[in-house]
Design a protein around this ligand. Structure first.
Ligand code: FAD
Length: 351
């Protein structure tokens, strides 16, 4: 079997890349271990203004429209809603944060992202104030990935298998089992650390844990952000997350992270004390040392690529990088320097 692209990993990165390549008439085969991945566990939050300084990154005007358009188009094709737009109440946690919020509220380039909060819902403790963030949303990643997997299977473009790297050959062509590929793209999320060709890139992985709980009688409509966050879901359910653990022993959910998430929720919303926890999940964010993705070819094998490192912002950023990566491949134009793995050729690739 001959394909244009062999893609390893059906998380959000591999799935959106495979989808877009297929829209452009390329023959694609995507392979995946078939076990629960970080993309499925993630809350899929899209939040343009982040951190204690409430910063909007310089590329937001590129990333956000592409993400919105991509997920809405997929929604149309699959007649489902994957992107749920919801405003976010930012509960300011310190005097410094409140000062930054005051500043942002006067800045013209922030005006469509942040506004004063005129109706503070009852029961929310806000010693330093609250502001309203707009253009926020969450992506139903589990549903989207399941629909895309069904689509790939229907196109005979999916195999559930764990790739054994020793079965790959790159010369004279890319060969895996009976597949001959023009390009190979690794989209393995945090498991890229085991990849013999890209594993030395400076990832800075972080474990994260998320709770899903139910509580009836809550009329909260907005996402709450108080460093951690709470997302109201249908049917009296709520998602609460996410912990941030740069060091971890295993992939299991921990009682420590659960206690931390519940304590910080109760500190701002005591009415959630009766929340019943239905689910507790853990995953690993494929973050990188310089907080920029890893996109590009191996220095020795021009048709062997990585598309990874989307950290805690996969839902927001992957659609734009999909377009950027494919355009660069099609037109032979350089990748943007900040994401190009070429920035590490001298330090992290051995011949
Ligand atoms: C708790 C938590 C909360 C998060 N919340 C958010 C959020 O709110 N918003 C947001 O945008 N992002 C969030 N993220 C980050 C988000 O999960 C990532 O940005 C995104 O999912 C990365 O997708 P990926 O496809 O690169 O990796 P993954 O989803 O990990 O997918 C990689 C795939 O590759 C497969 N694979 C790996 N090696 C092999 C192999 N050898 N053979 C076959 N298959 C292989 C794996 O099985 C997996 O399916 C969160 C992450 C965590 C852990």
């Amino acid at each position: 079997m001959q394909v244009d692209f062999l893609i390893v990993g059906q998380g959000l990165a591999g799935s959106l890349l495979a989808w877009e390549l297929m829209q452009r008439q390329y023959r694609v085969l995507i392979i995946d271990k078939g076990v629960e991945n970080s993309s499925q566990i993630a809350a899929g939050l899209i939040n343009p203004i982040t951190g204690q300084r409430l910063v909007k990154s310089h590329d937001m005007e590129l990333l956000l429209p592409e993400a919105n358009a991509f997920y809405k188009l997929l929604g149309k094709v699959f007649t489902d809603t994957f992107l749920i737009e919801k405003p976010m109440l930012r509960i300011l946690q310190t005097a410094t944060e409140a000062e930054y919020a005051r500043r942002r509220l006067t800045q013209i380039d922030y005006q469509s992202y942040i506004q004063p909060c005129l109706n503070v819902p009852a029961g929310i403790k806000n010693d330093f104030g609250i502001c309203l963030q707009t253009k926020t949303a969450y992506l139903r990643t589990r549903l989207l990935l399941s629909r895309l997997r069904d689509f790939f299977i229907a196109q005979d473009s999916y195999r559930q298998i764990s790739l054994d790297y020793s079965q790959l050959a790159f010369t004279p062509a890319i060969i895996w089992k009976n597949i001959r590929a023009r390009h190979l793209v690794f989209c393995e999320g945090y498991q890229a650390q085991a990849n013999p060709w890209f594993g030395e890139l400076p990832f800075q992985l972080a474990k994260g844990e998320i709770l899903t709980g139910s509580l009836s009688g809550q009329s909260l409509k907005s996402i709450l952000n108080y460093r951690h966050w709470l997302i109201p879901l249908p049917a009296d359910q709520f998602k609460i997350g996410a912990s941030f653990q740069p060091k971890w022993e295993n992939l299991l959910p921990t009682s420590h992270a659960k206690a931390e998430l519940l304590a910080s929720l109760n500190a701002v919303c005591p009415a959630f004390a009766g929340l019943q926890i239905d689910e507790h999940k853990a995953g690993i964010r494929p973050a990188t040392l310089d907080k920029q993705p890893f996109v590009g070819a191996h220095p020795q094998y021009a048709n062997v690529h990585i598309f990874n490192g989307f950290g805690a912002k996969g839902s927001l950023s992957i659609p734009w990088y999909v377009q950027h990566f494919i355009s660069a491949l099609q037109q032979g134009t350089p990748l943007a320097e900040h994401c190009d793995t070429g920035r590490y050729y001298a330090t992290h690739f051995t011949a």
